[in-house]
Ligand binder design. Structure first.
Ligand code: GLN
Length: 280
């Protein structure tokens, strides 16, 4: 068996199981099985693979057939400019979330140092990408999930970011520490009833705790806004990721908590995705 034959065979298995990016996924999983780069896989289709490697590859393909996301199978996902470790206890970083980083860089273009908080860090992709871009920013991150802190720590170590980062295991209700120039969060915002319309990959594998926003999708957003209004400095900024249909409700909650709405930013699909407000 060579690389090309194994990939063709596996690709038809994935297609039968309605995996959209079957061929690409096979290349990625082959590179994982052989511990070689994707470039090597593409450049060496006739390279023989041994029984052990073939079995390992087939096992990875079988996970993918079951809809397990590639990011969880290989334990990595690229976001912004970096490759982040992920586990099934953290949400897979989404391209749309990069909008939050862009907005921070735009708002603080001329500002050297601020003290910011991220509520619900997951893999750490947001807080760490910001710290990497802004060399004098100090970041504090909280998450309820112990495993998430571990994943974020590993990513921080990989990116050499430990001295400007403080992490706490805490839920939002029990966190009272500090005053921040900026608070940022991609809270769980999916409506309970919307789960049934979501991709199997998300519903079956991603952590519900990072997605579930309760009956109206706003239960965590409400908590984040309320707590942020206590933890934020006057004129500090709150940047939130929201669902495409939550803009009006979230604006109302923000206003009720003394935030002035600065901007709503759309995602790559032209849907409202990020809301920026200022504490007054
Ligand atoms: N954007 C994510 C999704 O659609 C949800 C993220 C979240 O709830 N914060 O899967």
């Amino acid at each position: 068996m060579n690389i090309d034959q194994a990939i063709k065979e596996a690709s038809s298995v994935l297609k039968k199981n309605r995996i959209k990016s079957a061929f690409l996924d096979c290349e990625i999983l082959m590179s994982k099985a052989l511990n070689k780069s994707r470039k090597f896989i593409i450049m060496n289709p006739n390279e023989k693979i041994n029984d052990y490697e073939y079995r390992k590859f087939k096992k990875l393909i079988s996970s993918r057939s079951n809809n397990k996301p590639i990011a969880y199978i290989i334990g990595k996902k690229s976001f912004w400019k970096y490759n982040f470790n992920v586990s099934e206890k953290v949400l897979i970083p989404r391209p749309d979330t990069e909008i939050l980083i862009e907005q921070v860089l735009k708002i603080y273009k001329k500002k050297e140092s601020i003290n910011f908080l991220e509520i619900g860090i997951g893999s750490g992709c947001i807080i760490l990408s910001i710290l990497k871009e802004k060399k004098s920013f100090l970041g504090r991150g909280i998450d309820v999930c112990k495993e998430s802190l571990k994943v974020c720590k590993d990513n921080a170590n990989k990116l050499n970011l430990f001295n400007r980062l403080k992490l706490f295991k805490s839920d939002i209700d029990n966190f009272h520490l500090g005053k921040y120039d900026l608070i940022i969060s991609n809270p769980p915002y999916i409506k309970k009833l919307d789960f049934k319309n979501m991709d199997d990959e998300v519903v079956k594998f991603e952590p519900k705790i990072a997605l579930n926003g309760g009956l109206d999708g706003l239960s965590e957003i409400r908590k984040v806004i309320k707590k942020s209004s206590e933890l934020i400095k006057i004129h500090g900024k709150l940047i939130l990721e929201i669902a495409h249909d939550q803009k009006n409700e979230v604006k109302r909650i923000l206003r009720n908590n003394n935030f002035y709405i600065k901007e709503v930013v759309k995602d790559f699909a032209n849907k409202d995705r990020c809301i920026i407000s200022t504490k007054i």
